[in-house]
Design a protein around this ligand. Structure first.
Ligand code: FMN
Length: 735
């Protein structure tokens, strides 16, 4: 419901809201410009002084008005003609015509009434109401995504468009709520729906026989600071019973020009004062800094609209073939999906269609949106969860474990978990396992034991579906054939070969960056944006299952680079290492935000062996700000497989690499990277104690040996690899 409320008004009213936000944002500049443009009165100036100064230049003075910006305008009637001018309060001199600043009338008419009178005002008010609905529902969605209002300013995760949308919303939503509420109040006031008419003093007559007193002898004028003035109307020279009318912040009064006595007065009521405050908060008149801030917040509306639409589109695309998705509140079976690359969604769709065909009401949604209160009629939850990093959640689902742990009671409907992973990873289906443990910890009843699907195995999935059918009493036997990922032809530019002498043929392959479409460039998708440490999925000929390689370059380098070791009989590594310049392979890019140096200047300890040096070389190449980076690099022999040897030397000379330590297993005294780490134990403990981050890339055995060595090294500073990992200071990319 909340999403519906947030999305549809958003799309329908995008144009109207954009016009209002942009014109409002432009108008917010005017109070500040006006304040800068007009000379301000000295603080001791009284209304009597001001009136006397203006009247000496304009004896036919009729009225003086002062705007909250300090702008004073006077009107007079002289020589049979009316006149008006902006006045310098310091001298009483004319400063020029009181016409509004150029453009402000046009913008005001557009903003208030869309050039369409009262109808336009009502449409603009509807726009303000929509903006309010969007801002409030958006604030709820942000709070829900962040895991509660108390985490409003917590770290955001997930795809770029969604993150940017949340960041902008966090900055702007308060101002947008304020601007739309005050706009609605002002419209109600304009259509006389509020009892906020100006308080008027009771009519009174002056003593007709007395001459007019000098201004400074009228106490109400001599005692009122000019800064408090709103309006002073002078008695008409043709009517001896006419009075002064003085309007200030505190109310209005009629004053006898002959005696100086206050004849009657009125103070503003609650609604009049409230309307004044609303106008100030909405227009920034009298609070130009606030006006500018609100204007800046309104300026984020186009960006919010764009990122919101993009986020919505991305959601549509990932869900696009979930047909007949039951409403969350009505569904008996709730399927929740945690996926990074999207393949698990394919399985979810097959499951959704199979269960729906068997007569179930099924709602399928991202696990990231999990909130048990949304599923009033759920009779079972089915979670399909892929694993990333080292046994971790896909990026968008990172907060879910905490959310489950925070539940005060387990959902009433039982749960079945199906993990998707790859048995070649040490933490096979680690995230699904963490979900199982988190659910068990809160006593969430399980529908059936957790099962796994290895490398998108159709057989594993069919087996689980049969088991599920047996539990539900449904004839379920689902076949899902993994879809071929969408790929782009990647053309090899150059290759450098190493390692043949030590029976480890390895190549550094450099490909052209494929041309990105305008949409990809705008949204940062595909090959438009990638970082060292991201992955390239390569689809070898003869297989639909991609193999992933860590990127050793970023988009800024202008090429795609990977390191590939040829495995005996390896389908993909064989095809890649056979490529000659000009030849192509089919590939796609996959973000891997978990394997990047953290932001900041703290040192980074890079540890890699063999082709694992690839992404580490990419980090060094990108280290143009000369952050301290130390590389521990394990190879077999210096002359054969010390990849990037020349570049490493150059980067060291240029200050991009602070220290290089090599370990050779087939040259001189046999050493491995873990031995090199142990030899530097005190220095490493010091660096890590000072906040250094560790990044490890390479084979599984090497990573395990490195972890053991570091566990010993960290003892004196009371840390462990696990504690560093929890702080985001220990990242592994292991194959
Ligand atoms: C960078 C990366 C890290 C991975 N880490 C693991 C892991 O630790 N454990 C595991 O079982 N599978 C791991 N996998 C395999 C994925 O979980 C598996 O391919 C899954 O089917 C992907 O589903 P998705 O396309 O829906 O994201 C990893 C895959 C990649 C690309």
């Amino acid at each position: 419901m909340l999403r519906f409320l947030h999305r549809w008004p958003g799309l329908l009213a995008a144009l109207l809201v954009l016009v209002l936000a942009l014109s409002g944002s432009a108008l917010s500049l005017y109070p500040a410009l006006e304040r800068l443009a007009v000379p301000q009165a000295e603080s001791t100036l009284t209304v009597a002084d001001l009136a006397a100064r203006v009247a000496s230049a304009h004896p036919g003075l009729e009225q003086i008005r002062r705007a909250p910006s300090g702008r004073v305008v006077a009107w007079w009637f002289e020589g049979g003609r009316p006149g008006a001018a902006v006045i310098d309060p310091a001298t009483g001199a004319d400063l020029g015509s009181p016409d509004p600043l150029p453009g402000s009338r046009f913008l005001t008419d557009l903003h208030r009434e869309l050039f369409a009178g009262d109808t336009g005002r009502l449409v603009a008010a509807a726009g303000a109401a929509l903006m309010l609905a969007l801002a409030i529902s958006g604030a709820w969605l942000v709070a829900r995504r962040m895991g509660g209002w108390s985490r409003w300013f917590g770290r955001t995760r997930g795809p770029f468009a969604g993150r940017l949308h949340v960041e902008l919303a966090r900055f702007a939503v308060g101002g947008l709520i304020l601007s739309s509420l005050t706009a609605l109040w002002m419209t109600a006031s304009m259509f006389s729906l509020l009892p906020d008419g100006a308080a008027e003093p009771a009519p009174a007559l002056a003593t007709a026989t007395l001459p007019r007193l000098p201004y400074d002898q009228i106490p109400a004028l001599a005692n009122t600071p000019a800064a408090a003035l709103r309006e002073l109307s002078l008695p008409s020279p043709d009517d001896p019973t006419d009075t002064f009318k003085l309007v200030t912040e505190g109310g209005a009064a009629l004053i006898d020009p002959g005696t100086g006595a206050m004849l009657s007065s009125a103070t503003p009521g609650f609604f009049e004062k409230a309307t004044e405050i609303m106008v100030m908060l909405h227009t920034g008149q009298g609070a130009s800094a606030l006006g500018l801030l609100l204007g800046l917040m309104s300026l984020s509306v186009p960006a919010l609209a764009l990122t919101g639409a993009q986020h919505w589109w991305a959601g549509l695309r990932s869900n696009r073939r979930i047909r007949r998705n039951a409403r969350a509140q009505l569904a008996e079976t709730v399927v929740l999906v945690a996926s990074e690359g999207g393949t698990t969604w394919g399985f979810a769709r097959t499951l959704h269609d199979g269960l729906t065909a068997a007569g179930q009401k099924v709602h399928t949604a991202p696990l990231a949106s999990f909130d048990p209160a949304r599923y009033a009629r759920a009779r079972r939850f089915l979670i399909l969860a892929a694993t990333y990093g080292e046994g971790e959640a896909p990026t968008a689902a990172k907060a879910v474990l905490d959310r489950i742990a925070a539940l005060t009671s387990a959902p009433a409907a039982p749960l079945a978990i199906l993990g998707f992973g790859d048995r070649t990873f040490p933490q096979f289906c680690g995230f699904a396992e963490s979900l199982r443990a988190a659910a068990a910890a809160i006593g969430w009843e399980s529908l059936m034991p957790m099962a796994t699907v290895d490398r998108q195995s159709a057989q594993d999935f069919a087996r689980w579906s049969r088991d599920l059918g047996a539990v539900l009493g449904l004839p379920l036997d689902l076949t899902h054939l993994p879809e071929r990922p969408k790929t782009t032809a990647l053309t090899l530019i150059s290759r450098r070969d190493h390692g043949a002498e030590v029976q480890a043929p390895t190549s550094i392959l450099r490909f052209e960056v494929p041309q990105a479409t305008l949409w990809q460039r705008l949204t940062g998708q595909g090959f438009a944006r990638f970082e060292a440490g991201d992955l390239i999925g390569i689809l070898p000929k003869g297989s639909d299952l991609p193999r992933f390689y860590s990127l050793a370059s970023s988009a800024r380098d202008g090429f795609l680079e990977i390191c590939v070791r040829r495995h005996p009989g390896g389908l993909c590594s064989g095809q890649l290492t056979d490529l000659t310049p000009g030849a192509t392979v089919a590939g796609f890019v996959r973000r891997n935000p978990a394997f990047r140096p953290q932001k900041g200047r703290k040192p980074v300890i890079l540890i890699g062996a063999g082709t694992g040096v690839g992404p580490l070389a990419g980090f060094l190449r990108a280290n143009r700000r000369h952050r301290p980076m130390h590389l521990y690099f394990g190879a077999r022999a210096p002359q054969s497989d010390l990849l990037y040897e020349a570049e490493l030397r150059d980067w060291q000379a240029a200050g991009q690499l602070s220290r290089l330590t090599t370990a050779f297993s087939r040259h001189g005294p046999k050493t491995y990277v873990q031995d090199a780490l142990r030899a530097d134990a005190p220095e490493l403990a010091r660096l890590i104690g000072a906040g250094a981050q560790i990044m490890v890339c390479g084979g599984r055995d090497m990573a395990a040996a490195v972890r053991d060595a570091l566990a010993e090294i960290l003892v004196p500073i009371g840390q462990t690899p696990a504690s560093l990992k929890a702080e985001g200071r220990y990242a592994e990319d292991v194959y």
